[in-house]
Design a protein around this ligand. Structure first.
Ligand SMILES: [Zn+2]
Length: 119
């Protein structure tokens, strides 16, 4: 359950975390200047999805993803901001992206400038 530091972001490595479709990452999102810990839940396309949806092109590409800023890991209870000074009131935003159509659609509690490029 140590945090791995790779370049500029951290990943919470948690034995209780589901092996597929979930990760906890410390990084900025949607061009926000502030980095926060967030729980990312995502669905990757498989062969069947490609047959059913012609907008999807490759296995493994995201169909949708949801990011929720969190204070604690919901799987092991670890306080993720142990070494980072941040007030609880400053977190709690979310972003949901749907990539399954002709263009990515998203909803968010963050204020996002139009034309932002999604990852
Ligand atoms: Zn954990």
């Amino acid at each position: 359950m140590d945090e791995k530091i790779e370049s500029d972001y951290k990943l919470h490595e948690c034995l209780n975390l589901p092996k597929v479709g979930v990760q906890e990452i410390y990084d900025a999102q949607l061009n926000q200047p502030k980095k926060t810990w967030r729980l990312d839940i995502f669905r990757e396309a498989n062969e069947e999805d490609l047959e059913e949806n012609h907008y999807l092109e490759t296995v493994g590409e995201f169909i949708w993803s949801t990011s929720i800023e969190v204070d604690f890991c919901p799987y092991c209870g670890k306080h993720l901001y142990e070494d980072i000074p941040l007030k609880v009131e400053e977190i709690g935003q979310y972003v949901h992206c749907n990539y399954s159509g002709s263009c990515a659609k998203f909803s968010s509690s963050l204020s996002i400038s139009p034309g932002i490029a999604l990852e």
